[in-house]
Write a protein that binds this ligand. Sequence first.
Ligand code: GLN
Length: 234
Amino acid sequence: MAPPDPVRTPGTKGGRFRRSGGAWATFARRLDSPVVTVTVGVLALQGDVREHVRALTSVGAQAVPVRRQRELDGVDALVIPGGESTTIDKLLRAFDLFGPLQERLRGGMPAYGSCAGMILLADRVIGGIEGQQTLGGVDVTVRRNAFGRQVESFETDLAIDGIDGPVHAVFIRAPWVEEVGPAATVLARVESGPAAGRIVAVRQGPLLVTSFHPEVTGDTRVHQLFVEIVRDTL
Ligand code: GLN
């Protein structure tokens, strides 16, 4: 598909501040730069594929389901939805996607993993099943099904670094991040209740992971944050 024509913000003078540094230059460059359409794939083996596609579309990305390597080859970034990490792991192998996807991630492709997606992007897992593997990329140890029976599925408001105002977060048999390596940055922790203090959102360069499911609430700010991360890498 041909790329869309770049859209210019009306009324801005091209290149005026381009060579100077500082915040003004960054601001001017933003106004001046064409709006780049990013193509974000949603891994479509299991989980809330449609909801992620809808959220990504509403924040201005072109969103496409990804099931085959040629579809993966055509995207700038990938969302790995929630579902069951053990099943997604197996399906990735069955669809011959595990290796190619890992290669893209190692090559710097941005990715966002929610819940099971977080497990798949984690370097280490506690509580996985025998033989469970992850794609890796984020220097964290996650604990699968971490919240225990009483808080197996719950909702709470979170403050997330990089997003203004509280985000309502839905957790469904979610993992939490037990350990964060030096390369990764914590973006959010549970604020109250039995799981207070637990890490539930982390970023490492172009990789973003959350324990919760932002695609089910209609609040698109996490997707917006991810699409901004993707735009910054292009
Ligand atoms: N418990 C699931 C797993 O281990 C994750 C649940 C989810 O993605 N909602 O993969």
